[in-house]
Ligand binder design. Structure first.
Ligand SMILES: [Zn+2]
Length: 274
């Protein structure tokens, strides 16, 4: 949900789209800087959220954040950005922060994971309030880290296994990375892997996106629910699975027409039984 004009308008926009939870970028998703929130905006945000009964709230980190970067300057800026986002989550009572693990500059997975873990240890010195920092699985293009549950599990382990770290499971990214969520057996295998490598209890948020790219294509192209390669049947199994059905879901599907979000949410809700 956009925070354009006023932070608190994100709540109104979420309500208009029939949301039970929503995600915001605290500033320009493609910039470093996110300005401070004016205290009056924060008060209004919290009041409107309470009145609307909407939650959890998810804060997505800017895309530039890369704790795995080979350039120390980029790592430093990423840590500053993360600490700023954590402070904002505390102020807003946002339950979750979501970040992409990052991209190693070509010196390999192990070195990249070590840098992310070191960066996370630094960020974890902050007061998180009630919020958790979730690592999002990725489609795995180029030097991107976090396309396997094993890598995300290693990052969390090397960062000390802190209870404030978790997983944001993006269905499009997982499918593009080779996890066949269109098949029942594929979904079961994916969830077993999450449980083995990370622990299903750490899976807190699902980014429910259909996928335009083929299985294992590593193409990060989101599609409307039911119109991609995961398909309606795939989402029916996802939203009803005992390990997933009570989790917070966020859609990041294409948003061209004003009612696109409404339609995608309705399609997901139509799949849900009981
Ligand atoms: Zn996502």
């Amino acid at each position: 949900m956009s925070i354009a004009q006023h932070l608190y308008l994100a709540v109104d926009r979420a309500r208009e789209s029939n949301c039970e939870a929503f995600q915001i970028f605290p500033g320009n998703p493609r910039g470093w800087k996110t300005g401070p929130f004016a205290p009056a905006e924060v008060v209004e945000f919290k009041e409107r959220r309470l009145a609307a009964g909407i939650g959890p709230v998810v804060i997505h980190l800017p895309y530039l954040v890369n704790l795995a970067a080979t350039t120390p300057r980029v790592v430093e800026a990423s840590i500053v950005s993360l600490k700023d986002a954590v402070a904002k989550a505390v102020v807003l009572d946002a339950e979750f922060l979501v970040m992409h693990p990052g991209s190693h500059g070509g010196d390999g997975t192990d070195a990249g994971i070590e840098r992310i873990a070191n960066g996370l240890r630094e960020v974890l010195k902050e007061d998180f309030g009630h919020s958790m920092l979730l690592l999002e699985n990725t489609a795995g293009a180029g030097n991107t880290l976090g396309s396997t549950m094993t890598e995300i599990g290693s990052i969390i382990d090397e960062a000390g296994g802190d209870g404030r770290l978790g997983l944001c499971f993006d269905t499009c990214h997982a499918f593009a990375a080779g996890y066949d969520l269109a098949a029942e057996e594929g979904l079961d295998r994916t969830l077993s892997e999450i449980d083995e490598r990370i622990g299903l209890d750490r899976l807190k948020v699902i980014h429910a996106n259909d996928c335009k790219g083929e299985l294992g294509s590593h193409l990060d192209r989101h599609q409307h629910i039911g119109e991609g390669h995961i398909g309606l049947e795939g989402f029916e199994r996802l939203v009803n699975h005992p390990s997933l059905r009570d989790r917070t879901g966020i859609i990041e599907t294409p948003k061209k027409a004003p009612d696109d979000d409404l339609k995608n949410l309705e399609k997901l809700r139509d799949q849900k039984r009981g």
